[in-house]
Design a binder for this molecule. Structure first.
Ligand SMILES: [Zn+2]
Length: 648
């Protein structure tokens, strides 16, 4: 490939990664990979003397994509050049003094005050245009809403969320809605349209640069920050140092990382002499008055033992490198995701190769390079989970491995997800990621296997992310789930159309596990609320030998208890309800729904001719449901009237 073509390709890759990262917080490549591509691009530009239009090396940031108001920055916000070498920091300082501080890892903001009040807070955005988040900024800790200084003041700083608050938010977030790291959460919070969210999540602001303050006569970077703290701002921690002292200071900061409440991704060194720093101007892409320092990732060489292909819910088989255990950043690592077939090939992996591994952002193990590059690894032709034939699929230039067997356990991950959920077997803490791992490792291919995980204790506890403690917790949750109601089991085995309500109704009449497989379509349709479609799916499933075996094997593991009796004698048994609007007697609609089901009724989501009652406290409402009910002659009742029905 000629150099210009390669530059074009590099630009496209960097652009894609950068916009994914800044717009959605998604990291499609590691910092390492990003930096390597960036460096290659910069080198090619120097070599050829060509800088393509829109080159990433000339850009400072990324497009803003949201509905917040765009604001142009008064002066372009460029990123600092960065280095990983302490010697370079010293050389850069030369005979000058510098202010060394944390490089905080959140969302950068520019605040403007006039007449002592905050008039505007704007995100950095792409460096040229940011977003107006003033209504959120007033709720951040460390931002004074009034200051004693009356002139115009512009200050830059970082909005941040502590690791602790990050954990708190994630602990209650739904699976799938969890934030990847505190920076993602901070970006999502600061750019949220609802200021209440900012206030609740405890966003902090640390000023790191006083850009301007009308009439302030102070030329020292550090004392300008001190002055900001007298104005009520929280300011970034830092020290004044020189070329001789910089090494010790960097090491001292490094020693403090672990105790930091707030995430940081390196250090920033700014010239103490503000006027001198500004007089140096800027390069095409970075100011000359400061430089960023990134910690050099700790790397280790080790031997690649094998590559495992791990199943995911999407049916993809993802390569995971297993290598001889090495110590990295204080923990032992032995596995790293290789993401896809393309990367396996790029790295020229082969068993026995010497690979260099590191932890991206000090957390996620990755392969940096392959020193041997034997390129001898065979991409498996059969699926490691089921033995079915595999296929390589190519999308957007990336090759991935898939299993072609429709019956592959890997493809049943969705089924298992349903099985463990709260309304079904209620195995607490069994996340999709855990299921994926257990399926890939061959620990789960049938329902009963969940109850035999202890047979795989050694294997499971050796997996990345599974300590003895999380293993014990998982087993405890599984043991707890053994004691369960039959209707949950019937729902868990996933017969099409048999929801929670239908399984309750069936199990209210047929109370032992042995009865269920023998039910005929006639017996089923005789039950109020079970129609022909449902009945035929039910019979079809249980007449399937494999399904029946799965069911019997599962039941053998369980301790079935009798459900709280469904009261078929109540006045609502067999009736179909639709609930709309807010409820006042029951805590919420879902509680009312459970109550109805417990009493033998059914709850549907939309009004049809089969609906018996629409429960709506506002009978005059003009909602679609009300209109439909009226046109179909369905009775509209209030919660009070519903209660009266019970006694009927
Ligand atoms: Zn398979």
């Amino acid at each position: 490939m000629d150099k210009t073509a390669r530059m074009k390709e590099l630009n496209a890759l960097l652009e894609k990664a950068a916009s994914a990262y800044y717009n959605t917080g998604e990291e499609i490549m590691s910092d390492h990979e990003y930096d390597a591509l960036y460096d290659e691009l910069e080198r090619l530009e120097k070599e050829t003397g060509i800088v393509l239009s829109g080159s990433r090396t000339q850009k400072v940031g990324f497009e803003v994509a949201s509905s917040l108001k765009k604001v142009r920055h008064e002066s372009k916000m460029l990123s600092l050049d960065k280095t990983k070498s302490i010697d370079e920091l010293a050389a850069w300082l030369s005979t000058n003094k510098g202010f060394l501080s944390w490089k905080l890892d959140g969302l950068t903001l520019v605040l403007t005050y006039e007449n002592g009040s905050l008039v505007q807070a704007v995100t950095r955005g792409n460096g040229e245009d940011g977003e107006d988040i003033t209504s959120n900024a007033v709720h951040m800790k460390g931002i004074p809403s009034r200051i004693p200084f009356a002139g115009k003041l512009v200050v830059r700083g970082e909005s941040l969320i502590t690791y602790k608050d990050f954990e708190k938010v994630n602990a209650v977030a739904d699976e799938g809605a969890k934030y990847k790291n505190p920076r993602n959460l901070c970006a999502g919070t600061v750019r949220n349209l609802d200021p209440k969210v900012t206030a609740e999540r405890g966003v902090n602001f640390f000023a790191f640069n006083l850009v301007s303050a009308d009439g302030l006569n102070d030329n020292s970077f550090s004392s300008r920050l001190k002055w900001l703290s007298t104005m009520g701002f929280q300011t970034v921690y830092g020290v004044v140092t020189d070329a001789d002292g910089i090494r010790d200071e960097v090491l001292r900061f490094e020693g403090m990382i672990e105790q930091n409440e707030f995430p940081s991704d390196g250090l920033v060194l700014m010239l103490e002499d503000v006027a001198y720093g500004l007089s140096l101007g800027e390069t095409s892409h970075a100011p000359r008055n400061g430089i960023a320092f990134k910690w050099r990732d700790e790397t280790a060489d080790t031997k690649l033992i094998r590559v495992e292909w791990s199943a995911s819910r999407t049916g993809l088989l993802n390569p995971v490198a297993v290598f001889e255990p090495v110590e990295l950043e204080g923990t032992t690592v032995s596995r790293a995701s290789v993401h896809n077939v393309s990367i396996v090939r790029q790295l020229k992996l082969g068993e026995g190769d010497t690979v260099t591994v590191y932890k991206a952002n000090m957390i996620i193990p990755q392969i940096l390079e392959n020193k041997t590059g034997s390129d001898s690894l065979d991409i498996p032709e059969v699926c490691p989970v089921c033995g079915g034939r595999t296929e390589i699929k190519s999308t957007d230039g990336t090759d991935t491995l898939i299993c072609t067997n429709a019956e592959c356990a890997a493809k049943h991950i969705g089924k298992f997800e349903h099985f463990v959920q709260r309304d079904a077997m209620n195995i607490v803490g069994m996340s999709t990621a855990t299921i994926e791992t257990l399926v890939s490792e061959g620990c789960i291919s049938h329902y009963r296997d969940f109850y035999h995980l202890a047979d795989h204790k050694e294997k499971i506890t050796s997996l990345e992310g599974f300590g003895e403690k999380s293993y014990a917790k998982l087993i405890e949750a599984i043991e707890t789930s053994r004691r369960t109601e039959l209707s949950r089991v019937l729902y868990a085995v996933g017969i099409p159309n048999i929801g929670r309500a239908a399984s309750r109704i069936i199990c209210a009449l047929y109370k032992t596990p042995g009865e269920l497989p023998r039910l005929t379509a006639e017996e089923l349709t005789a039950i109020d609320g079970i129609g022909e479609v449902l009945a035929s799916e039910y019979v079809r499933c249980f007449s399937d030998e494999a399904f029946l075996k799965e069911y019997n094997d599962l039941v053998a593991e369980l301790d079935i208890i009798q459900a709280a009796e469904v009261d078929m004698a109540s006045g609502i048994a067999g009736k179909t309800f639709v609930i709309t609007g807010s409820v006042t007697i029951w805590k919420n609609r879902s509680e009312l729904k459970s109550f109805i089901e417990q009493n033998g009724g059914k709850v549907a989501s939309s009004v049809t001719s089969k609906t018996d009652y629409l429960i709506n406290n506002d009978s005059a409402s003009n909602s679609t449901k009300n209109k439909t009910a009226k046109s179909l002659g369905v009775s509209i009742i209030t919660e009070e009237e519903f209660k009266a029905l019970l006694e009927a």
